[in-house]
Design a protein around this ligand. Sequence first.
Ligand code: ADP
Ligand code: MG
Length: 317
Amino acid sequence: MNEFEAIARFFKPLSREGAGIRTGIGDDGAVLQAPRDRELVIATDTIVSGIHFPADFPPGAVGHRALAVNLSDLVAMGADPAWYTLALALPQIRTSWLAAFARGLDGLARKAHIHLVGGDTVRSPVLTATITVVGTVPKGQALLRSGARPGDRIFVSGILGLATQGLALWQDGQRHSHRLRPFLHPEPRLPWIPILRSVARAAIDVSDGFAQDLGHLLEASQVGATVDLDRIPRDRRDPDSLKRALFGGDDYELCFTVPSARLSVFRARARRARLTFFEVGRVIPGKGICWQKSDGSPSPEIKGSGFDHFAKPEMRR
Ligand code: ADP
Ligand code: MG
């Protein structure tokens, strides 16, 4: 099978009619109709075999992950998913691998109502998948990292550190534990999109560790925070859970701030949508994170950093 047959067989079917697509896969570029009164939000993420996922990862999980990490960025912007492109670099064309990859990808794309409109397929010694997602928001309503203000409460959308826990199990040779799931199938928090847009003041997705990602949000907003270590949602059965929750990557939960005047509306809407959330701290004037304990006892020293591609010489996976 050559490049063109692979595109026609595995990727063309993922491009569905409608949804503002004038011309999708098959021409030199896609022609898209942006909805009236909306702005476009665009994000790109690449995943590389051996860096972002183990070389022996199931192909369906690679397809799912490539889109999940991108959708997570759209969610954090409060944007509704619309279209995406896929640039795939592969050592060889193996039909069984491509079929499973495309199934993993399309399973999530259908859930998110996002449509494939183009891409590129090339040969490379290392498998990489780059996805660019396009979402839309009503004009002026995109949620930024820079909107947090002193007095806002800080929330996270789920338990942190489970992806790194799953990675450790995978590296230990486990292939069937249900605790692998957060690592194999990160779920972008799509149902939060309309709620965040209407109640949150700032948001970021937690991809490189909570401490680092909250730090980015605070820096962009030019504020500081107090965070209660006892409220960080984590798996307490795991002796490494605090370290994993604060510094582990790949959780794809959301961290966002809500002004106190909107707290009751926020809680009501999140509960009605059956979404879990945890209040972990408060925004304060100043800089950096002040870690605290619920009972006021001194916090252990919090030292470490999240994931940085160029900080560590060793491979991530
Ligand atoms: P060009 O030579 O103009 O770059 P290609 O031969 O790379 O065109 O691609 C042909 C068509 O197939 C284009 O519309 C392109 O967007 C689409 N395409 C190529 N690879 C993929 C892919 N992996 N997923 C989706 N669409 C793809
Ligand atoms: Mg091309």
